[in-house]
Design a binder for this molecule. Sequence first.
Ligand code: CTP
Ligand code: MG
Length: 385
Amino acid sequence: MADDALPALPPFAAVIVAAGKGLRAGQPLPKQFAHWNGKPVLRHSAEALLAAGAAPLVVAIPENGEEAARSALGGVPGIRLVTGGATRQDSVRAALETLATDGAPYVLIHDAARPTLPLAVIERLLAALERRPGAIPVLPVVDSLAYDEGGLMAGAAPREQLRRVQTPQAFRFADILAAHRAWNGTTDAGDDAQVLRAAGGEVALVDGDEALRKLTFAEDFMDCQPAIRVGTGFDVHRLVPGEELWLCGLKIDHDKGLAGHSDADVAFHAVVDALLGAAGEGDIGQHFPPSDAQWKGAPSSRFVEHAVKLVGDAGYRVGNIDLTIICEAPKIGPHRLAMRDRLAELAGVHSAQVNVKATTTEQLGFTGRGEGIAAQAAVTIVSGR
Ligand code: CTP
Ligand code: MG
């Protein structure tokens, strides 16, 4: 099977419930429409379900929530919106009813508030439906459990027999619709597995995934990575006779060169510090200490490549780089485009994402007197590889 081929999954429909108020999360918008890891929360699982082949996909939204939902899902094709209800169970029921004539044999029911949805979980759930009418992802309980009676421990609960239950939950469509219709209590079932159980249906347990955790409180939104991070870098090297002059990856003809432990490419060093700063990875001296013999005379392109790799490891890619070289001589203009292209190549980006410019300091200061060259850089890094 080619890498990009869809896994061989049976046909299934999907429901995402996104009709809650998200009160505990305290976001400016209901949490399912708030940003998390670079995208609206709802969009993450909608894209994952569609990529796995869900059709149709129905999203239950709050009353008057259409504009917010369309903005969160903007550009994602093939999604049906339906107004949810006062409880989660009501919202699921409303969505299931719209699927009643679609004929999908299976349905996955998922909380919008669980944005990270691994394909492997979907595969396990659908496989389990071959033998049972329902299947849910669960995780073991690792802490011990206690009953609380007015602030006093009343007794221990049997952790070994208990499981933490996640979504998506998978069902044979006809069984879960019939179970919802047959429900005769208040609509406050914690989840749909409870609804199927109440109707006598068996529910298989498959391995869940910690990645499926539900965003519930304000702090769940605080540890997410911002969509864009910025870094700045600055460096100076001394100009001395008898040294080669390396600037932004090019060897430049000049009567002096830059002194330093590596090739002293001051421009690359500023870029490296900017990349490391954006990735929250300290500074160049930490990664390539001058005390380490392996960096003696090293080409600074290696430092750039390493910093770009760290950016990738942090879950980002380079957005753009702006570099300023500060010196009276040599003239940078004739080399500007070649420098830009070399830097773009090392950063793995298009040349249009890199800008190299130069300035003098009007013969003032150490750069003005030709004692050294300074460089400063600003970069953005963008979430997602
Ligand atoms: N949900 C829903 N309709 C409701 C209530 C909840 O579709 N009437 C959805 C939520 O949007 C969420 C999922 O059910 O995706 C799980 O509920 P929960 O995490 O409790 O979300 P909220 O009810 O929105 O949050 P809170 O309880 O903090 O107000
Ligand atoms: Mg709730």
